[in-house]
Design a protein around this ligand. Structure first.
Ligand code: HEC
Ligand code: HEC
Length: 358
């Protein structure tokens, strides 16, 4: 009798466990909104209205961002070239794709994407992040995979089909949903807690050198009164994200030396030849090398470019033109101070935030 009773109990326990584990297994659609927080001084973000951020959608996007199966030979994910501690950029001048071929531009950092007003990539050729996100997968110099293969690889994984259910209410994988999930995750990568932000909020003070650098950064160039002249950076690197959403030529090359025509490739306008998106300077100390072709290894080299290396060309920005003949005239100390100010734009919380890590 006792034995039978024991068996009965065991059976009940097994049934309970089986039911419980089944409960866990069944994925259900969950549209819990993802709380997107940002500072007031940033202004309204442009979040996609037809792709609301949900916790499960963001999670799927993050899984995909780190997923090597998005590449032809399973060796590369988005995160291979967009490394968190490098501000989601990478340290190489040109990133190497799965076929060992090098791309033609420096990887761009990824943060504060909801304030990007002029499209994505150095030439703004992708209007939206969802459009952008499918390009590296198919690019022969990057992940070199077909969207059909990506869909079929993900479809064989229960982990993924379950997550597609949680995020979109269906286990059916499609490249559109892949792009929507990646868009959601990338929108959530934000950075707004640098030393400079803390200084603006009155929580810390800048060192003497950083403060001099700040002043130089925001002071206009004055060719008539050198004592009043600054480094004039904020004409172009303006606003809370140190970018104004415009495409400009900051004098890297003479007309005869252009190897990448930049924005002209998108608009077919000669006036756009050699112009590139003005990048944000947030986390700039972490995103070397610099410029669309990664030609400068250090911030010191960048500052020297603006100080004495700006080249004349037919499309050079009128905002930088007046500095060409004599240069900015920065002293050795000025240059150190400017670099020290740029370093205050790094945000350790963002660079190590576990929410963005695999
Ligand atoms: C082989 C390296 C490599 C891989 C892999 C890669 N990227 Fe990139 N990424 C780059 C480069 C280089 C650029 C700049 C390209 C250009 O402007 O033409 C870039 C630009 C971007 C941008 C534009 C940012 C801006 O400010 O406009 C985003 C967003 C982005 N990548 C997301 C992704 C996603 C999502 C994936 C995975 C699906 C991915 N990348 C895979 C190298 C890579
Ligand atoms: C006329 C507009 C303009 C002015 C003025 C200007 N910049 Fe730039 N800056 C740009 C553009 C455009 C780029 C991207 C150019 C490219 O890659 O071809 C850029 C790129 C940079 C980069 C590299 C960013 C990256 O992610 O690779 C740094 C750093 C930088 N600028 C700092 C400064 C500093 C410091 C000053 C002031 C001394 C300054 N800029 C003045 C337009 C400007």
């Amino acid at each position: 009798m006792n034995r039978i009773f024991n068996l009965f109990i065991i059976l009940i326990i097994i049934t309970v466990i089986a039911c419980e584990s089944e409960d866990v297994e069944v994925a259900v659609y969950d549209a819990t909104p993802y709380l997107f927080s940002f500072p007031e001084n940033f202004g309204d973000p442009e979040l996609p209205k037809d792709n609301n951020l949900t916790k499960e959608g963001v999670k799927l996007g993050k899984m995909l961002f780190f997923e090597k199966a998005l590449s032809k030979d399973g060796t590369q994910s988005c995160a291979s070239c967009h490394v968190q501690n490098d501000g989601f950029s990478d340290k190489n001048q040109f990133s190497k794709g799965v076929d060992g071929l090098f791309g033609k531009r420096q990887a761009m950092p990824i943060f504060n994407m909801a304030w990007h007003k002029s499209g994505f990539f150095w030439d703004g050729r992708a209007a939206t992040l969802r459009e952008q996100s499918l390009k590296p997968i198919q690019d022969p110099l990057e992940m070199h995979e077909t969207l059909e293969n990506v869909v079929s690889k993900l479809s064989t994984s229960k982990t993924y089909t379950d997550q597609f259910i949680r995020a979109f209410g269906t286990s059916e994988v499609s490249s559109t949903k892949v792009s929507l999930a990646l868009e959601q995750f990338m929108m959530t990568i934000v950075s707004f807690d640098s030393k400079y932000d803390q200084y603006l909020a009155g929580r810390v003070t800048l060192s003497e050198s950083e403060e001099r650098g700040r002043s130089l950064f925001f002071t206009e160039y004055n060719q008539f009164f050198p004592d009043l002249s600054g480094a004039d950076c904020a004409h172009c690197h303006s606003g809370p994200n140190f970018e104004n959403g415009e495409f400009m030529n900051n004098g890297l090359d003479k007309d005869s030396d252009f190897t990448d025509t930049g924005r002209e490739k998108v608009t077919n306008l000669v006036a756009d030849r050699g112009t590139f998106l003005i990048p944000s300077l947030r986390n700039i100390a972490n995103t070397a090398p610099y410029m669309h072709d990664g030609r400068f290894k250090t911030l010191e080299e960048v500052v020297e470019h603006y100080n004495s290396g700006v080249k004349m060309s037919s499309t050079v920005s009128p905002l930088i033109l007046p500095t060409i003949s004599k240069g900015l005239g920065l002293s050795a100390q000025d240059k150190i101070d400017l670099v020290n100010f740029l370093k205050t734009l790094s945000d350790q919380k963002f660079l190590t935030n576990p929410e963005y890590a695999q």
